[in-house]
Write a protein that binds this ligand. Structure first.
Ligand SMILES: Nc1ncnc2c1ncn2[C@@H]1O[C@H](COP(=O)(O)OP(=O)(O)O)[C@@H](O)[C@H]1O
Ligand SMILES: CC(=O)OP(=O)(O)O
Ligand SMILES: [Mg+2]
Length: 383
């Protein structure tokens, strides 16, 4: 008999499904892929269709879901509320509870649930595990997690800071400690996850003590299409003076704001190109993005007291030398000094980009949310 050591990870996003098949016996990535533009012109119709396409892709690679070597399926679930703070074996009851959390993550949780349902239909015999974006942030102290609003109202509606991208913040903070040759327990790190969604976290000795996203993945940094922090008064103003409905304001702030709202492009590569041509809107979008990042670097430096490393990760953090340079420019007073030559080198692995004299290490650390989910899944269900 073969021992089942393979884990399939499904990361169903709002408009894409990413998958990875990992052999946990030796850490080999056997297959990975992406189905994009779900529900858009030229793309597949919906998430269920996207997942069937993932199943077909795997079958085409000779790695079909019917394989006896498959030990478990791990699912990224964005919102776990206060109910889920650990990876959880999926049952009908767990699915129902994730469904109850949809109002807290309307862009994300429905897609995650579809992924779970389709995978359970295809392999009802396999253990399936939900790994939550919020879980790594369950350690936030109350002072960081609570909003200063009426306590009874907050408790009644579950209003608090949950934080997201937790698998990335967990993976990258550990990988940063490894890069420094230290144990996670001995290192304080500010992790800057800069993808389409973007968030910062303050990790003290391996434990998350603050993060920029809140009740939903809208708060904090400027993102591709999301505003990040704004005065909540903007919402009332748009409703009372602009006559917009709650749904319209939600769409505006989540899908038509951020870099896209400021300059019409959400891709940092395009913004870089346009800045090179002297485009003033692209320049402003870049400056607003960087200004917000610097505020969080300052804030989380104060939260941590001692910072050993700042780690840049995800699409923008791993690839944009100009964002990294602008984010830490002129911060020598905080012990942060970049090495411009190292920073400009294009490379793929985890690496230091700070000057030898920098008190705070500045690192580029590629994230691997799928690996982190596979590890959590196998630990619970496979091994
Ligand atoms: N070479 C690059 N230079 C600058 N930005 C890049 C580069 N490559 C990718 N990006 C940015 O990374 C973003 C996507 O990041 P990613 O982590 O893949 O996002 P997500 O997983 O949230 O969809 C893109 O919007 C793009 O702006
Ligand atoms: C939670 C979140 O913002 O996720 P993503 O970056 O995948 O949109
Ligand atoms: Mg991502």
């Amino acid at each position: 008999m073969t021992t089942a050591t393979r884990v399939l990870v499904l990361n169903s996003g709002s408009s894409s499904v990413k998958y990875q098949l990992v052999d946990m016996a030796d850490g080999t990535r056997l297959a990975s892929g992406l189905v994009e533009r779900i529900g858009e012109e030229g793309g597949v119709a919906d998430h269920a269709e996207a997942l069937r396409q993932v199943a077909r892709d795997l079958t085409g690679k000779g790695l079909g879901l019917d394989s006896p070597e498959l030990a478990a399926v791990g699912h990224r679930v964005v919102h776990g509320g206060t109910r889920f703070t650990e990876p959880t074996l999926i049952t009908d009851e767990v699915v129902a509870e994730i469904e109850e959390l949809v109002p807290l993550a309307p862009l994300h949780n429905p897609a995650n649930i579809t992924g779970i349902k389709v995978a359970r239909e295809l392999r009802p015999d396999l253990p399936q595990v939900a790994v939550f974006d919020t879980a790594f942030h369950a350690t936030l102290p109350e002072a960081a997690a609570r909003y200063a609003i009426d306590a009874a109202t907050a408790d009644r509606y579950g209003i608090r800071r949950y934080g997201f991208h937790g698998t990335s913040h967990a993976y990258v903070s550990r990988a940063t400690a490894a890069l420094l040759g230290k144990e996670p327990a001995d290192v304080n790190v500010i992790v800057l996850h800069l993808g389409n969604g973007a968030s910062a976290s303050a990790v003290q000795g391996g434990v998350c003590v603050d993060t920029s996203m809140g009740l939903t993945p809208l708060e904090g940094l400027v993102m591709g299409t999301r505003s990040g922090d704004i005065d909540p008064g903007v919402v009332f103003h748009l409703e009372r003076v602009g006559g917009l409905s709650a749904d319209e304001i939600d769409t505006l702030l989540n899908k038509r704001s951020g870099l896209l709202g400021l300059c019409g492009a959400n891709d940092m590569r395009e913004i870089g190109r346009r800045m090179g041509e002297g485009d003033a809107d692209a320049r402003l979008a870049f400056d607003v993005y960087v200004h917000r990042l610097r505020r969080y670097i300052g804030a989380f430096t104060a939260v941590l007291g001692r910072v050993d490393a700042i780690a840049f990760t995800a699409g923008v953090g791993e690839n944009s030398a100009s964002v990294r340079a602008a984010a830490v420019r002129d911060l020598e007073a905080l012990g942060i000094e970049l090495d411009p030559v190292h920073n400009a080198v294009r490379a793929s692995g985890a690496r230091l980009v700070s000057a030898a004299s920098s008190r705070v290490a500045v690192a580029v650390v590629p994230t691997d949310e799928e690996w982190e989910i596979a590890r959590d899944t196998y630990r619970l269900a496979g091994g």
